[in-house]
Design a protein around this ligand. Structure first.
Ligand SMILES: [Zn+2]
Length: 284
């Protein structure tokens, strides 16, 4: 069983500015496109739909609203696991999350950037602790704040993701370069956090995760074997690998899947990263 822990939908025609390559209004990036263009051809059984229904929504166009995700789950039964997106600035944030749990949401995310460490977010983490929900977050460069949340909510499982998290794989590269290249020193901050906190996981989606696992091939294969119970397969569909011309859409390009299959020869480890780890993190 293969599960992608990190996808979005646009709920129909994209309203991204035409200047973004591959994301102009002519592209339909709704749930049907997700199933037909990515999940079915690549043999992905289920995907976690991550809405973004917060004060960041404007910055992200029509990206991944809560209602799109819930409607998609109904339209394609058994294909989507829906996480909840709650505006951290809303006074009734905790109640909103409880209501979304009642409608079937099984995690919190994608929590973006500074929201991950906003003190008000702690009200939501408390609900996650009560209901056994994992939190998937785009971590900001300051890992000490992630570490504090890991300490403050030891029963909540956090799934870290994003440029700033993975760039921390090199002590000296953090905060200076989005996709650092070259050799990785062992005992780097990412490794220290993953081994130090039982409630921290990471998804390998997008450019950031892929770059982290490939920048130093020797280290990458040791890293994925060592953390085979902590890493989760994800792509961030419909995001693009814009470094390529023409750009390739994650997931559809099969890039993350074939990398993990290449690095993890042990089928038990591979099964965990491709789905087993996520299944353990989801509430019943
Ligand atoms: Zn994302």
């Amino acid at each position: 069983m293969i599960l992608d822990v990190h996808v979005h939908v646009l709920g129909g025609k994209s309203s991204f500015p035409a200047s973004l390559p591959g994301l102009g209004p002519e592209f339909d990036l709704g749930p049907e496109a997700l199933v037909r263009q990515y999940l079915d051809p690549q043999g992905i059984d289920q995907a976690v739909l991550l809405p973004l229904d917060t004060h960041h929504s404007h910055a992200h166009g029509r990206f991944i609203r809560q209602e799109d995700a819930l409607a998609a789950a109904h339209a394609f039964p058994g294909r989507f696991i829906v996480f909840a997106s709650v505006d951290v600035t809303a006074c009734d944030r905790a109640d909103r999350l409880r209501r979304l749990v009642d409608t079937g949401c099984r995690g919190l995310g994608e929590v973006k950037y500074s929201d991950m460490h906003d003190p008000r977010q702690y009200d939501l983490y408390a609900v996650c602790a009560t209901h056994g929900l994992p939190v998937l977050g785009h971590v900001d460069p300051d890992l000490t704040r992630l570490e504090q949340a890991l300490k403050d909510f030891p029963t909540v499982n956090f799934i870290a993701h994003g440029v700033e998290f993975w760039a921390n794989m090199s002590k000296d590269a953090a905060g200076t370069e989005a996709y650092p290249k070259g050799q990785v020193a062992p005992d780097n901050p990412v490794e220290a956090l993953l081994s130090g906190y039982g409630n921290l996981y990471a998804d390998v989606s997008a450019n950031s995760g892929y770059n982290a696992l490939t920048r130093d091939p020797e280290y990458g294969s040791v890293f994925v074997r060592r953390f085979a119970r902590k890493l989760l397969y994800g792509t961030d569909w419909p995001c693009l690998r814009v470094q390529r011309l023409p750009p390739e859409r994650f997931g559809e390009d099969g890039r993350h899947l074939s990398l993990l299959r290449r690095l993890l020869k042990n089928t038990e480890d591979l099964d965990q990263v491709l789905g087993g780890n996520l299944l353990r993190l989801l509430p019943n």
